[in-house]
Design a protein around this ligand. Structure first.
Ligand code: GAR
Length: 187
């Protein structure tokens, strides 16, 4: 059995989709969802899978010993950032080498970095008149959106696309690809 711990800050549609994909798996188990936001939609979404949610603060995650012990209770083979908005501290990257992955809603290295999340990304893509966008799944290092790229998928854009329609196209790509790529990484 391989264990996944998901980190999420927001609505949790990716976490839910990953939960759905692996819910009957006998080789992969989501042992916990960690969130920095006590009001995050992800908490409610994960309830139906019976997956425990752990809410943590900035003080918790900067306390190396404390946080590593807390996380180790869930024995992660892979840590999946699914809309998680804080930087992963160095000690955590070093404790789980090549075992932390992130999904980014654009074609990295374009439109990445601090402040580039959610609609901010789609607005920047629109403002730059891009003819395509996409998703990037990558290993996490101690900089935002910077680690080795594992997978990308593209979608064409027209001048009629708006940040909202771009968001919808990205959402579709994420739903289709993220769980499948996680499965490949684990098996
Ligand atoms: C997703 O589109 C994910 O790619 C993005 O946040 C959204 C979370 O949605 N992540 C980033 O922008 C990270 N820089 P969700 O909470 O519904 O899964």
């Amino acid at each position: 059995m391989k264990n996944i711990v998901i980190f999420a800050s927001g609505s949790g549609s990716n976490a839910e989709n990953i939960g759905e994909y692996f819910k009957d798996s006998n080789s992969v188990k989501i042992t916990a969802v960690f969130t920095n936001n006590a009001n995050a939609g992800v908490i409610k979404k994960m309830k139906r899978f019976g997956i425990p949610c752990v809410v943590f603060t900035k003080d918790d995650i900067i306390s190396k010993e404390y946080f590593l012990i807390k996380l180790y209770q869930y024995r992660p083979d892979l840590i999946v950032l699914a809309g998680f908005l804080w930087l992963i501290p160095n000690y955590l990257v070093n404790a789980y080498p090549n075992k932390i992955i992130n999904i980014h809603p654009a074609l990295l290295p374009k439109f990445g970095g601090k402040g580039m999340y959610g609609m901010h990304v789609h607005e920047a893509v629109k403002a730059a008149n891009e003819t395509e966008t996409g998703i990037t799944i990558h290993y996490v290092n101690s900089k935002f959106d910077d680690g080795k790229i594992i997978f990308r998928a593209n979608t064409p854009l027209t001048e009629n696309d708006t940040p909202l329609t771009i968001a919808q196209k990205i959402h579709a790509l994420e739903m289709e690809n993220f769980p499948v790529e996680i499965d490949k990484i684990l098996n």
